[in-house]
Design a protein around this ligand. Structure first.
Ligand SMILES: C[C@H](O)CC(=O)SCCNC(=O)CCNC(=O)[C@H](O)C(C)(C)COP(=O)(O)OP(=O)(O)OC[C@H]1O[C@@H](n2cnc3c(N)ncnc32)[C@H](O)[C@@H]1OP(=O)(O)O
Length: 722
């Protein structure tokens, strides 16, 4: 705690430098906020202080209000834990101070950090500092006056864009927009800021109170807001903070900045208590926790550098993985079996990179740099000095075993031997080699260069060093690595295998296919289970169905539907025909001609009670698809496949696009309540069979009233080692 403080130093020039010290990001924790108020008031009182500079220690101004305070509010329900910073500190002690205050910004000023800076009378920054108000990603709006001062400093249109997208700008852009007054080197920052503050005091530079300005709001501000409001209605119907943000900005434009500040504080507090904020704030911390792996990241090991990697197999996955690696500045050797496949793989990688340039996600220069790191090969000659190999060939055990035997002979002894398998037991893949401590799963999600999740699968033998190395690679290539244990489907596919099956079961009970998908998208997933099946192609559905039927025969729903769809010439999006019709340039349309096929499958299965379609409410349909997933998540937790429940939340959000504002699958389940989930599953088991049978873990937690996310107690039946 000693490092959490606010420094106060008065120089001979009469400038007090107030420094926020709370590593690593100088979050505005409650003691910091209290100390800031105290120090500003002290500076105002002292006769030897003519002007003030506010800055942050360690190269970062501030990452904003301490988000863990809001988490405490969620745990306790006590909103009074959030102090009144907006008026008491920012308006009274900073903006309305009788002495000029300059913010000296290094590294980043985000959220509450930027809001403090905007309360100051000028801002000096170093090059490339990040400035932004990312609060909306947490389900809240800025609460220290940001919704009012940002439009007054950069204009309504830009401010709305910055807040609704949560994307930061650089100090250079900030200077052009007018929020930054000067850019100087890090060495000069304090000197220039002190002088600037003194010059304001001497009236040689303007003394600007942002909240009092109106010149930049623009005469079209209300139209800008009306357009934004329409847009968020369409694009973010589940995110109340988006609409609220626009409303609060408008309030300040109509009624004046100070009234806007008061309105903002009121709405901010309401939003902190919203379900959306609970989910998103949980995801923020859960995402930071995933790479903390007991026995791996806490035993003093250092990750080794992976400079050169090899990818075996240039298909869809292999080329995506190679793309991700070169984008992370890692040299890549792509190996294929013949030059035709190799050229195809290389072309796919090039196309992946070029499409990022077209979509303005990558500069031309960076694209060329990345592509220069790629080399295609047809043999193992280049493998002598690779630090990591990721095998991404077809799912055939003998082929993978042969490759791993070759790799063990050819690659250096430190080389990580990874497989991108999504189905095969890693112990079997590594069975024939002696370096089983180097065998690990690197399970990417398609398209591998875009999807943010990396499921790192360890076996009982994988060494801590290799796990740590792969976590580090994951971070370098901008993925969120989740370390999981070895079991059928690993954590993500295993948990979500009932997704399609739940939909199929409902279909066979007589529920309309498109109703199921519509309700699931209304719930917040980007597409329903049937459309997802179309997207993946039916080959995947058949393979995955077989795998899970083999592993979990007690809870697999079998139907001839996919076979019938294939027989009718459908293969989902791949050939433009599935449950939906896919035409270039237009959204998928439900295909009425699929209905007789579903009907035929229903006839064959004949599971609807009395042969009649069941009558189920919209909510029940959503629950009948999602509760079986929660049930499987419970088994994954009980078996210790993931380290902690929040890892599964992140895996579900990043791997399956489960809505982050619902906090992930287990977090959401706890909001719904284990008791309700358990009793619903029990009822459906009696009505419709074992697919719904509640797991022991769920039953125990529901009966004892323990949250599903609470750490496992004693003796988990750990099949997967973690
Ligand atoms: C009233 C106000 O308007 C409301 C607010 O200000 S809400 C806060 C708004 N600010 C934000 O959303 C910024 C959140 N933070 C970030 O985006 C990133 O942490 C960052 C860009 C600041 C730094 O990124 P990076 O260097 O990769 O560090 P990162 O690993 O994320 O964070 C380091 C640690 O700081 C913590 N942290 C970062 N910002 C924090 C914050 N605002 N509050 C509390 N903790 C924070 C992280 O949880 C992490 O903790 P850990 O080491 O125990 O896991």
């Amino acid at each position: 705690m000693a490092s959490v403080k606010v420094d106060f130093q008065v120089g001979n020039d009469g400038v007090a430098v107030i420094t926020i010290c709370n590593p690593p990001v100088n979050a505005l924790a409650l003691p910091i906020i209290r100390a800031l108020k105290y120090k500003f008031d002290e500076a105002a009182r002292r006769n030897d202080v003519k002007a003030i500079v506010l800055t942050g220690k360690g190269g970062r101004f501030s990452g904003g209000f301490d988000i863990s305070v809001m988490q405490k509010v969620h745990q306790t329900g006590d909103i009074t834990l959030v102090p009144d910073v907006s008026v008491e500190l920012v308006v009274n002690s900073i903006e309305d101070s009788k002495k000029p205050i300059v913010a000296a910004i290094e590294g980043l000023a985000l959220g509450g950090g930027l809001e403090l800076a905007m309360g100051c009378h000028a801002r000096v920054a170093v090059p490339k500092a990040k400035l932004g108000l990312p609060e909306l990603t947490l389900g809240i709006i800025p609460g220290f006056g940001g919704t009012q001062r940002l439009p007054r400093l950069v204009g309504t249109s830009k401010a709305v864009e910055m807040m609704l997208t949560s994307k930061p700008i650089t100090s250079e852009e900030g200077q052009k927009l007018g929020i930054i007054d000067a850019i100087v080197s890090s060495e000069e920052l304090l000197k220039v800021s002190r002088l600037w503050a003194l010059e304001i005091a001497e009236k040689r530079k303007p003394w600007v109170r942002s909240l009092h300005r109106t010149d930049k709001l623009g005469s079209d501000a209300r139209e800008v807001l009306a357009t934004a409001r329409q847009r968020v209605k369409k694009t973010a119907p589940h995110l109340p903070q988006q609409q609220a943000c626009v409303d609060v900005i408008e309030h300040g434009i109509l009624h004046g900045g100070y009234s806007g500040v008061l309105k903002e504080a009121e709405v901010f507090k309401k939003l902190v208590l919203s379900e959306t904020a609970k989910g998103l704030i949980h995801v923020f911390f859960a995402r930071n926790t995933i790479s903390k792996v007991p026995g791996v990241t806490d035993i003093g090991l250092k990750p080794r550098n992976v400079r050169k990697a090899a990818v075996i197999g240039g298909g869809l996955m292999g080329s995506g993985i190679a793309t991700a690696l070169i984008l992370g500045n890692i040299r890549v050797i792509l190996k294929e079996v013949n030059s035709e496949y190799l050229q195809k793989g290389l072309k796919t990688i090039e196309a992946n990179i070029r499409s990022l340039v077209t979509r303005k996600k990558l500069t031309q220069q960076k694209a060329e740099g990345a592509l220069s790191l790629l080399k295609g090969v047809l043999d193992y000659t280049e493998f002598k000095d690779v630090d990591m190999v990721i095998e991404a060939v077809i799912e055939k055990i003998s082929l993978k075993q042969e490759i791993f035997s070759d790799l063990e002979k050819i690659c250096p002894p430190h080389c990580i031997l990874a497989s991108n398998t999504s189905t095969i037991d890693l112990n079997i893949i590594g069975e024939k080699i002696s370096s089983q401590d180097r065998v690990i799963g690197a399970h990417f999600f398609s398209p591998a260069h875009i999807m943010p999740l990396l499921e790192i699968v360890r076996t009982n033998k994988t060494s801590a060093q290799v796990i740590l190395d792969l976590i580090a690679v994951g971070k370098v290539i901008q993925k969120s690595p989740v370390v999981v244990g070895n079991c059928t489907g690993f954590a993500v596919n295993r948990t979500f295998f009932p997704y399609a099956q739940g939909a199929h079961l409902l279909l066979h009970l007589g529920v309309d296919a498109f109703r199921i998908d519509r309700l699931i998208t209304n719930f917040g997933l980007p597409m329903g289970p049937l459309q997802l099946q179309d997207l993946a192609g039916y080959g995947v559905a058949v393979a995955v169905g077989k795998e899970f039927a083999g592993a979990f025969p007690d809870r697999t729903f079998k139907s001839p539907l996919v076979d019938l769809l294939i027989k009718s010439g459908r293969n989902g999006k791949n050939n433009g025909r599935g449950y939906y019709i896919y035409e270039k340039g237009s959204k998928p349309k439900p295909d009425p001609s699929v209905l007789p096929i579903i009907e035929e499958s229903r006839r064959i299965c004949n599971i609807a009670p009395n042969g009649k379609p069941v009558s189920v409410s919209d909510q029940e349909i959503v629950e009948m698809v999602l509760f079986p997933i929660v049930n499987e998540a419970c088994r994954v937790l009980e078996e210790g496949v993931v380290i902690r429940a929040s890892d599964l939340d992140i895996a579900s959000v990043l791997g399956m696009s489960f809505p982050s504002y619902r906090g992930g699958i287990v977090f959401w389940a706890d909001q719904v309540g284990a008791k309700h989930i358990y009793s619903s599953l029990k009822k459906w088991t009696q009505l419709y069979g074992n697919f719904y049978k509640p797991s022991r873990y769920l039953e125990e937690r529901a009966t004892k009233g323990i949250p599903l996310s609470a750490p496992a107690s004693s003796n988990p039946t750990t099949k997967a080692r973690l």
